[in-house]
Design a binder for this molecule. Sequence first.
Ligand SMILES: NC(=O)c1ccc[n+]([C@@H]2O[C@H](COP(=O)([O-])OP(=O)(O)OC[C@H]3O[C@@H](n4cnc5c(N)ncnc54)[C@H](O)[C@@H]3O)[C@@H](O)[C@H]2O)c1
Ligand SMILES: Nc1ncnc2c1ncn2[C@@H]1O[C@H](CSCC[C@H]([NH3+])C(=O)O)[C@@H](O)[C@H]1O
Length: 424
Amino acid sequence: MTVTAPLKHEVKDLALAPLGRQRIEWAGREMPVLKQIRDRFEKEKPFAGLRLAACAHVTTETAHLAIALKAGGADAVLIASNPLSTQDDVAASLVADHGIAVFAQKGEDAATYNRHVQIALDHRPNIIVDDGSDVVAELVQHRQHQIADLIGSTEETTTGIVRLRAMFKEGVLTFPAMNVNDADTKHFFDNRYGTGQSTLDGIIRATNILLAGKTVVVVGYGWCGKGTALRARGMGANVIVTEIDHIKAIEAVMDGFRVLPMAEAAPHGDIFITVTGNKHVVRGEHFNVMKDGAIVCNSGHFDLELDLKYLAANAKEIKDVRPFTEEYKLTNGKSVVVLGQGRLINLAAAEGHPSAVMDMSFANQALAVEYLVKNKGSLAAGLHSIPREVDEEIARLKLQAMGIFIDSLTADQIDYTNSWQSGT
Ligand SMILES: NC(=O)c1ccc[n+]([C@@H]2O[C@H](COP(=O)([O-])OP(=O)(O)OC[C@H]3O[C@@H](n4cnc5c(N)ncnc54)[C@H](O)[C@@H]3O)[C@@H](O)[C@H]2O)c1
Ligand SMILES: Nc1ncnc2c1ncn2[C@@H]1O[C@H](CSCC[C@H]([NH3+])C(=O)O)[C@@H](O)[C@H]1O
């Protein structure tokens, strides 16, 4: 379908649409679950008459989510959830081929990013699809009067959920918000295997560095950390993990990784990857004892995990050495190489998670939006889990699409698992 009527948008270049169209089609081959949901939405039109604002990384995978929501009848606006993650060809195709209003350009500055958040809210959304909670935070801080329009929101990522919990505690989250991140078919695969693969992809595309034999320090051993450490080991790196949580640290030790405090890991690392969702987990005291030329990057959240202000304040010179690769020559004579301006390296220098995992994440998103609409007016304010049966159905459909079938319990086994008398 080609839309001829002028559409409000802010994308880099509409002439990139054919390339975007081709890449969106390619990604679709690995997104069979979302495709089934989209086909049903097309027939049932569950979102007819509803205004939807989505804030997500504008990638080939998000394109499929946006197309599915539009197929369901939503009047959708899409903005970027990160200044560096937009794929400009995809943004162009969504506007030109699908009639979706996209406001996103790779490399947009902070002022533009924030202006796009305002544009998303100017749409007066009934539904917000958020990734990191920037749109919801703006709504509850400065546009309380618009909450009456809202049926609810959905949240994609761990730190977004942390922010929503904090909002609820303060009494400002006065509408239902679907917790997409905590669905098993989301974080087990997206945060772990998606981040594991795409983070290394980003580092390799930015630097073309050999991982075998390098010491990689993974900061944080949550879902993203586990995947990153596992995949780095698979590429032959010696992996050190740092943590602040005793249980996660034992897990890392028993998974066979060396665990050290950051101050002790800092002199050993060749490459540092932060995946904590926390602030300044690598800072001055650590940069100062790193090897000359150590590479640091973030695959967690925003650009705060690395203390970039410290680096800038202590640099004699900051030099672009390759795309998404800047060398900070420090006053102590050593240099630190920062990838992707300290923003998500997997989305800045590579293409984010592969489509096969985003298929499940975005199936959860699409069904979360439908759940909000179906239960309009009856859900309490605060966070809501994706219903277990939805999570299980997504897993069933994914396995089916992969051509993998599993056993089911026999009647005898069901009886056995339901009884407590037959212990022996
Ligand atoms: N790059 C991506 O595409 C991508 C994908 C999914 C999630 N994320 C983001 O990555 C971050 C991590 O997500 P997750 O699901 O792994 O969260 P998680 O809660 O499972 O793990 C975070 C871990 O970091 C640890 N941590 C916190 N502060 C630390 C510190 N100072 N030093 C060392 N460890 C510390 C915590 O103890 C925890 O184990 C979040 O911000 C999330 O939003 C990014
Ligand atoms: N290819 C992709 N397309 C769309 N979203 C993705 C892709 N890869 C990863 N993500 C999502 O990105 C989320 C983390 S983004 C962290 C949010 C914040 N806005 C920031 O940019 O710092 C994860 O929860 C993933 O589901």
